[in-house]
Design a protein around this ligand. Structure first.
Ligand code: GLN
Length: 283
């Protein structure tokens, strides 16, 4: 079968899904080990029978609902390509807003002295946030934390394939294993969805680990925990920044203000929803 015919066939198979023709292209490019440009350039190229078979299997998995990033085993985030696994959340474009905000608001007091920031990413998963920050701030030392050993291994693998040497990953239940460590920045995209949310029953998200998504009745259990513990691990003047749900901006601001943080502010994502809230520990 020709490339263009295979794509038409696949898009039809995936009809009713969220993005049939994009999914078909990403999956075919992955199967033949080329990029999407190749598919446009060589529409009349005939697929090898083995490639066609693998493509059909990938389309069948997608038709049954599996996320594209779990089928291809990778996802682009920031300037990086990251390996994914069903043990961790698939990196989302909105989380790049969190990375941007941290980069824009690094604690001023440190900027003069060579910017050797120490940064902690709590619930790092694939390592997306930690690795994006480590790439942008080669002088910084970044520590990614996850309670799952599989995530620690995946993130370490992602650091290595992206040739990032200033990020290390540690297994810990939030701060529990971080004796006496202090950071200039604590950043987190923790679980923040209400336990009973019906959102979890549809689309790609049903294939992702619940532990990376849900956080108590109001979705704020983990954010509350992190804020309450964070003072012991954050240097004076340090920055804390969270990703959270579109309707949680006010709650997260209130939690931060109550805990004594200043200059607390919420920033919107690309869809115009509240998504990131940050604050500073007083000097
Ligand atoms: N933003 C994610 C979603 O909408 C949730 C990620 C999270 O809980 N940290 O699926």
């Amino acid at each position: 079968m020709r490339i263009d015919d295979a794509l038409v066939w696949a898009a039809k198979e995936l009809e009713g899904g969220e993005s049939p023709s994009v999914d078909a292209k990403v999956l075919l490019a992955n199967v033949i080990g080329k990029d999407a440009t190749y598919l446009f350039t060589w529409p009349d190229k005939t697929l090898e029978p083995q490639a066609l078979e693998r493509f059909k299997q990938a389309i069948e998995r997608r038709r049954l609902g599996e996320p594209v990033a779990y089928i291809t085993g990778k996802r682009d985030f920031w300037t990086l390509t990251l390996a994914t696994s069903p043990h961790t959340l698939i990196p989302r474009p909105d989380t790049e807003v969190l990375v941007e905000q941290v980069l824009n608001r690094l604690p001023q007091s440190n900027k003069g002295n060579g910017a050797r920031f120490s940064i902690c990413d709590l619930g790092t998963g694939t390592g997306a946030i930690a690795l994006a920050l480590a790439t942008e701030l080669p002088q910084a030392s970044v520590t990614g934390i996850d309670f799952k050993q599989e995530a620690v291994e995946l993130a370490t693998h992602n650091a290595s394939v992206n040739r990032i040497s200033n990020a290390t990953f540690i297994q810990s239940d939030w701060f529990a294993a971080l004796n006496n460590m202090q950071f200039d920045v604590i950043v987190s995209n923790p679980p923040y969805i209400e336990d009973s949310s019906t959102y979890l029953k549809q689309g790609d998200v049903q294939f992702e680990p619940k532990t990376a998504l849900i956080s108590g009745e109001d979705g704020l259990r983990d954010i509350r925990h992190i804020i309450n513990k964070s003072q012991s691990y954050l240097a004076a003047g340090g920055l804390i920044a969270f990703e959270h749900g579109f309707n949680q901006g006010e709650s997260v601001r209130t939690l931060l203000l109550k805990a004594g943080f200043t200059d607390v502010e919420t920033v919107k994502d690309y869809g115009g929803n509240d998504r990131v809230t940050l604050g500073f520990l007083p000097i």
